[in-house]
Design a protein around this ligand. Structure first.
Ligand SMILES: [Zn+2]
Ligand SMILES: [Zn+2]
Length: 225
């Protein structure tokens, strides 16, 4: 019998968070405390990180957990973040120094993708994202400062977490190899562009309306275009 939960971080998340909590509760009930929990690998890996170097920069649970995003299995990044906060006393605060609150808006991004998918018939999809370079620069600076060698980029988390929410909303599946349709979310501009696999334009799928809405807004964070 394995002590690890059955799925890794990139797939565990397909269920609801209450489901995964329930799952971990069951594991905790089956195995005595010395066997440890899913966050043990994360906490062991994080022990060498000089957390005091964060100084006054607050991080949200997701951005904190993503610093160890490639350590351990069966956890979402916010779950990793909560475990790290409890163990190493990382303070809370708002807005998050890395994402500026971007990770609070996953539901909104999923809604935008669903709206932009509405004119199309499709079976499988994929979500990609564009991230403000300032956000990526901040997180990469933090990896260097903290020597975080198991970090996951915010772009991967956005793609996965928006994708999971779109799956639940539409009852369709994300597919990585040959998706029928792809949405690219520009997270700084709240805009979505859609690319449809040409097979489905000329084949058995049909486009229901002409043109794809391409609304542009000033950047919500720095007001730049
Ligand atoms: Zn954040
Ligand atoms: Zn900006």
């Amino acid at each position: 019998m394995s002590r690890s939960p059955p799925s890794c971080s990139s797939t565990s998340s397909s269920g609801s968070s209450s489901g995964s909590r329930e799952h971990r509760f069951m594991l905790a009930a089956w195995f005595p405390v010395p066997m440890g929990g899913p966050s043990d690998v994360v906490l062991e890996t994080a022990a060498s990180i000089p957390w005091d170097k964060l100084g006054p920069r607050p991080l949200c649970d997701g951005c904190l957990g993503r610093l160890l995003g490639k350590a351990g299995h069966g956890l979402t990044n916010p779950e990793r973040g909560l475990a790290l906060r409890a163990r190493f006393g990382v303070p809370t605060g708002w807005p998050c120094w890395v994402c500026g609150g971007l990770l609070d808006e996953l539901g909104k991004f999923a809604g935008l993708v669903a709206e932009n998918f509405a004119p199309w018939e499709f079976r499988t999809f994929l979500v990609g994202s564009k991230v403000d370079p300032e956000v990526s620069a901040r997180e990469e600076a933090l990896w260097t400062e903290l020597g975080a060698r198991h970090a996951e980029p915010i772009k991967s988390e956005l793609n996965r977490e928006i994708g999971k929410r779109v799956e639940r909303r539409l009852g369709k599946v994300a597919e990585f190899a040959h998706p029928d349709i792809v949405a690219i979310v520009d997270t700084a501009f709240d805009s979505v562009s859609v690319q449809v696999n040409p097979i489905f334009i000329y084949g058995r799928y049909r486009k229901l309306v002409r043109g794809i809405p391409q609304t542009r807004w000033p950047c919500r964070r720095c007001q730049r275009r």
